[in-house]
Ligand binder design. Structure first.
Ligand SMILES: Nc1ncnc2c1ncn2[C@@H]1O[C@H](COP(=O)(O)OP(=O)(O)OP(=O)(O)O)[C@@H](O)[C@H]1O
Length: 329
C-alpha cells in the first residue's frame, strides 16, 4: 500500500495512491487501561467519538495529537496501527510505505517522534512532508516550480501560512489556534448568552451547520444552565458567527505577517496566482473573504479542503524530486 497520511489534531485522513481516500475520521481512540496490561483499543475514529461521554469508566478516550504535534510515542503508534487496520491493511496484508504530513512549524524533535511512531507501527519507509506543501500538491500545484506559491491551512488545532518555491520554504507563520478554539467559542456563547450547556460534539456540530444555514436560525439541544433540564434553544446564525469572529481575527493576525518576509517578486507571483486556502476551518462562513481583505491578495478555496493534504501526500510518494527537496527524515 502506498499511503498519504494526514494525522491531524481533529481528523485523520488516509489516502491510497490507487484507491483514493480509505479513511477519514476523527483523531481519537477509546482504550482500556488495565494495571500492568498493555492498552487495548476498543474503538477508533467515528466509533470512538460516538462513545465519548458514554463509555464505562475503565475506558479512556485518547487523542494522540495536541496542536498538531505528537504528545506520546506509544499512544501514537497504537493509534496508527488501529487506523491502518480500519483502513483495510489487515485485509490486504500488504506492506505499507507512506508520506505522513507534519505542520511546517513543527520542530525536528516533533516530526522525528511521528516518524518513529509510524515506523514502529510497521510503516516503512516513511517520510514526513509539510501539510502545506502536501495540500498544494493535492490541489494540483507543483512546489518545485520557480514561481512562489502561498497557502493558508486553517485546521483543528493550528493554522499556518506557508510560502514556498523551487524546493524550499521561503516563509511561514503558525498560530496554535484553529477549529477547536472556534468550537470552544461556540460552547462559551451558548453558556453565557443562552444559558445552555452543551458538549464539544454539539458545539462542533452547530459550528459546522453554520456553513449551510444562511440567515436561518439554528436549533441546538443542551442542558439548561439554571434548571439542569434538557432544553432546545433557537439561536440566530449571526450570533454564532459573531462568537467565532474573535478566533478568526486571532488566526488572521498571526498568519498575515508571513507576507512581510517575502521579497517583492515573490509577492508579485502570489498576487498573480492567488493564495490557496484549505483545512476544515476554512469552511467557516466569511473566512475566505476576511483573509482576502487582511492579505490584500486574492484567495482561492480548495475544492476538497478536508482531504487535499492526504491526497497530495499520497501523490508526493511517487515524486522522488519533490520528496528529496521537501521531505523531512
Ligand atoms: N463546515 C465546517 N465549518 C466550520 N468548521 C469546520 C467545518 N468542517 C470541519 N470543520 C472544522 O475543521 C477542523 C478540522 O479540520 P482539518 O481536518 O483540516 O484539521 P486537522 O488536520 O485535524 O488539524 P491540524 O491540521 O490543526 O492538526 C475541525 O475543527 C472541524 O470542526
Amino acid at each position: 500500500m502506498e499511503l498519504g497520511i494526514d494525522l491531524g489534531t481533529a481528523t485523520t485522513v488516509v489516502s491510497d495512491v490507487r484507491r483514493g481516500i480509505l479513511y477519514d475520521e476523527p483523531t481519537v481512540m477509546l482504550v482500556r487501561r488495565g494495571s500492568g496490561r498493555r492498552e487495548r483499543v476498543l474503538a477508533v475514529g467515528r466509533e470512538a467519538a460516538e462513545l465519548l461521554g458514554r463509555a464505562p469508566s475503565r475506558y479512556a478516550s485518547v487523542r494522540p495529537l495536541d496542536d498538531g504535534v505528537v504528545t506520546d510515542l506509544e499512544t501514537t503508534r497504537t493509534y496508527l496501527r488501529a487506523v491502518l487496520r480500519a483502513a483495510g491493511q489487515r485485509l490486504w496484508r500488504l506492506p505499507v510505505r507512506a508520506v505522513v504530513t507534519v505542520p511546517a512549524g513543527s520542530s525536528a524533535l516533533e516530526h522525528r517522534a511521528l516518524l518513529e511512531a509510524a515506523e514502529e507501527a510497521g510503516i516503512r519507509p516513511v517520510t514526513a512532508l509539510d501539510e502545506a506543501v502536501a495540500g498544494a500538491v493535492g490541489c494540483g500545484i507543483d512546489p518545485l516550480e520557480r514561481r512562489v506559491h502561498m497557502v493558508v491551512d486553517v485546521g483543528g488545532g493550528r493554522s499556518e501560512a506557508v510560502a514556498f518555491c523551487y524546493g524550499g520554504v521561503l516563509a511561514s507563520r503558525t498560530s496554535k489556534t484553529g477549529g477547536e478554539e472556534m468550537t470552544l467559542a461556540v460552547a462559551r456563547y451558548l453558556r453565557e448568552q443562552q444559558q445552555l450547556l452543551v458538549g464539544d460534539l454539539e458545539a462542533e456540530a452547530l459550528k459546522v451547520r453554520l456553513a449551510s444555514a444562511g440567515d436561518e436560525p439554528l436549533v441546538v439541544q443542551g442542558r439548561d444552565g439554571v434548571t439542569g433540564r434538557p432544553r432546545l434553544a433557537t439561536v440566530p446564525a449571526a450570533e454564532v458567527a459573531g462568537a467565532l469572529r474573535p478566533v478568526v481575527d486571532e488566526v488572521l493576525r498571526t498568519l498575515v505577517p508571513c507576507l512581510d518576509d517575502l521579497p517583492p517578486q515573490a509577492i508579485a507571483d502570489v498576487m498573480g496566482e492567488g493564495v490557496l486556502l484549505f483545512g476544515g476551518s476554512s469552511l467557516v462562513p466569511g473566512l475566505p473573504q476576511e483573509l482576502e481583505r487582511a492579505l490584500g491578495l486574492p484567495v482561492k478555496c480548495a475544492d476538497e479542503p478536508l482531504t487535499c493534504v492526504a491526497e497530495g501526500a499520497a501523490r508526493a510518494l511517487r515524486n522522488r524530486a519533490l520528496l528529496s527537496a521537501y521531505g523531512r527524515r
